[in-house]
Design a protein around this ligand. Structure first.
Ligand code: UD1
Length: 427
């Protein structure tokens, strides 16, 4: 049964909210486990459907996976011999399944990974992933909807320069290079904290990596890796979500378990909106002082720039801010889906290519809207909090993929947000 979020507007978020490990790290770390025979234990794993899907992918490859969602622990037993195929049903449900590409080629000498289809947030190719593996000596081709990478005699270290600092391509090159012969030097690598997290786990498994978290990563290949225990890096996107939510709703929120060092660009804009951001022993606090946010311009960029995943929240905050702002999306083509729905709530916006002009209004006006992806959905719930009356956000399952217990977290901050069946007769 489809569900939606029901939001009663008018509450300033107040109190504390916890963030778990990053979805975009946890899924990749599960793929990294494939590189070592034995039992890997991941902690601080978020309780979201995507982890269940990745667990199923690993099981189909021959692993035994125990996922205890409430305690945030995933245990993966990897046998000596594993499969090398990621089926389309899984890749379609979870694009991050493509993270098994690097580990599978490195461990088994071949990988058949279904090519993801159209994505709700713009076209996202695998060309850089393929080029990186080819540079390491794999032969790569696409057949019957699968990207097939083969390196029967193993991989060789190489000098690689990515045309764009793609997060996924950096990860697949890194996870392939750790077992390659010789040295790999990866230039124009993505610098996201999730990359540094993967490198940290690989290093405790015995890999030799330097420079992860910078644009140049060097890897000295080793013969084998050892299964270990690792805690997932805090979810900076979930933390940023609550930061903008605090400012938009004129609230005061402590985000527990967050690391503000991973959110410098975003928190600068939260401050530009007029809120005060302070580090606390357990995370950070965003206090709006009860004031209406001021408008602030945003341009998304690869890390350490402003994250594209937080752009919908900057949009929602600006929709009720004093003044006008320009939001520029530099990473994904179609990531302005939030805009049409925000307009249904009374936002004043104008899209021009990859820019959106937002003219803030004092309050939005509650209405039924639809979540098209994780972040857009969560941003619409926040918009509902600053709208008069009731807003319903259909497509609750999208929000569930990024936020464990989103309604409960909202309720903990005093908001009237509940789930209900979506009884739209035309769904
Ligand atoms: C990851 C995150 C996603 C985030 C994004 C950018 C996961 C599961 N997802 O996605 O939430 O929004 O980083 O921070 O970690 N590109 C190509 N060819 C390629 C690879 C990428 O053209 O081979 C393009 C994409 O179309 C896109 C841009 O590069 O326009 C960024 O993609 P990338 O950094 O690879 O993001 P993802 O790893 O897919």
């Amino acid at each position: 049964m489809a569900e939606r979020f029901r939001v009663v507007g008018g509450t300033a978020l107040r109190g504390e909210v916890a963030v778990w490990g990053a979805k975009n790290s946890a899924l990749k770390l599960m793929a990294v486990a494939l590189l070592a025979v034995g039992r890997t234990r991941l902690t601080n794993v978020p309780a979201i459907l995507d982890v269940t899907i990745m667990a199923e992918l690993l099981r189909r490859l021959g692993c035994t996976v125990d996922y205890d969602a409430p305690s945030g622990v995933v245990e993966i037993d990897v046998p000596e011999k594993i499969g090398h195929r990621a089926d389309y049903d899984l890749v379609r449900a979870l694009r991050a399944s493509t993270a098994v590409l690097g580990p599978l080629v490195a461990r088994t000498g071949s990988a058949d990974v279904a090519v993801p289809g159209g994505d709700a947030i713009g076209s996202r190719g695998l060309d850089l992933h393929a080029a990186g593996l080819e540079a390491l000596g794999a032969s790569v081709h696409v057949t019957h909807g699968f990207l097939v990478a083969e390196a029967p005699r193993g991989l060789d270290g190489a000098e690689i320069r990515l045309d764009f600092p793609s997060v996924g391509a950096t990860e697949n090159v890194l996870t392939a290079a750790v077992l390659a012969r010789g040295t790999t030097r990866l230039e124009n690598a993505a610098r996201e904290p999730e990359i540094a997290d993967i490198a940290a786990m690989l290093t405790s498994m015995g890999a030799q990596i330097s420079g992860a978290g910078t644009s140049v990563i060097e890897v000295h290949g080793v013969d084998s890796l050892t299964a270990i225990e690792h805690a997932v890096v805090p979810d900076r996107i979930a933390a940023g979500t609550w930061a903008f939510a605090a400012s938009a709703t004129r609230g005061d929120v402590e985000v527990v378990g967050a690391n503000s060092d991973h959110l410098v660009a975003a928190l600068e804009l939260v401050e530009a909106s007029g809120a005060t951001v302070t580090d606390t022993p357990r995370g950070f606090r965003v206090d709006s002082g009860g004031r209406r946010p001021r408008a602030f311009d945003v341009a998304t960029l690869p890390y350490p720039g402003f994250p594209t995943d937080l752009q919908p929240f900057a949009l929602a905050c600006n929709a009720v801010a004093e003044g006008s702002a320009m939001i520029t999306e530099n990473l994904f083509e179609a990531r302005f889906r939030t805009v049409q729905e925000l307009n249904r709530l009374g936002a004043e916006t104008r899209i021009d290519g990859h820019h959106v002009m937002v003219h803030g209004v004092e309050r939005l006006s509650g209405a039924p809207v639809e979540a098209s992806d994780i972040r857009a959905g969560a941003a619409l719930v926040i918009a509902g909090l600053v709208a008069d009356g009731v807003t319903t956000v259909s497509g609750a399952q999208h929000i569930d993929r990024g936020y464990a217990g989103f309604a409960e977290s909202m309720q903990g901050l005093g908001a009237d947000v509940t789930r209900e069946p979506d009884d739209d007769p035309f769904l």
